[in-house]
Design a protein around this ligand. Sequence first.
Ligand code: ZN
Length: 329
Amino acid sequence: MAIIASQPKHLCDLCGATGSVLQTGISDPDGNLEGVWGFQRCGNPDCAVCWLDPAPPPEELWKAYASYHTHTRKSGARFAKATLSLAHRLLKLVLLPTWMKSGLKRDADALRFMTLTGAANGKLLDVGCGGGRFLRRMKSRGWSVEGTDFDEQATTKVTSKYGIKTYVGDLPHCQLQADTYDVITLSQTIEHLYDPLTTLRECLRILKPGGLLVMTTPNVESIGAAEFGPAWRGWEAPRHLHLFSVASLSRLTQRAGFNIDEARSYSAGSAVVYRVSRQIREQKQLSWLEEFEALKWGYRKELAEERAQTSRPLSGQNVLLRARKPFTS
Ligand SMILES: [Zn+2]
């Protein structure tokens, strides 16, 4: 296990207010880093963002990502990737009628394209593009696409493999041209940033007037977070530096100057989060049969979470936010 230095963080870095402890006792879910982390929630009701405490300083953060793309999760190591993918397909077939009737299938399809399926093709920037699979998908649908990521290995690969233009580093440091993009996407990215507000303001600057921002991020007010406590996969300490709810992400995005088009939570894809959270909690090696059972249980939880939205709205596993740059600022 590697050691990463972490420093206490007493105040909200987005508004300066004090917070209260939301969660303690979180370990690195991948088991690569030694340490225990927590989250605080900002006490300012106009902010209410959650932050990692203690948090690694920027010069230490690379350690958190050193094995990020290549790790094999210990608890899942015995369940080969191909078997897992087959199991997913089998379970979806079995559950398909229920899936179709719920909003899960529709959301899963829409989120593969970050809800852009009905939108006219234009110029798109994906912030935190990782391995570039989403960009490739959009490119094949006729979009003009570009990506940014901290990880130079990832951006180099996206450019050489798919012929997609990429930029390395923090968005504000990429110095992109103002009023350029029709759409900017941040898929599970905003929670990794030291300064989400500055990044959102930069998105506003480089979007065309009327341009669309689409974000997804783990929902700190989800049923899964409440049920699993420190074992919830969404904490992802110490890589997630801020976490949001539908309300707190909406407020921050408005503060950056956007108008909100849509803000809600969704449950599509939460089966995996449930399964992994359970493995983190139970800390044991599963046989392939137990893995399959856990996967089935995860899909049942996903369906239950979707159904629970009628009485507990905005408590799905992830937040989806769509916002626009005003035509006049
Ligand atoms: Zn705050």
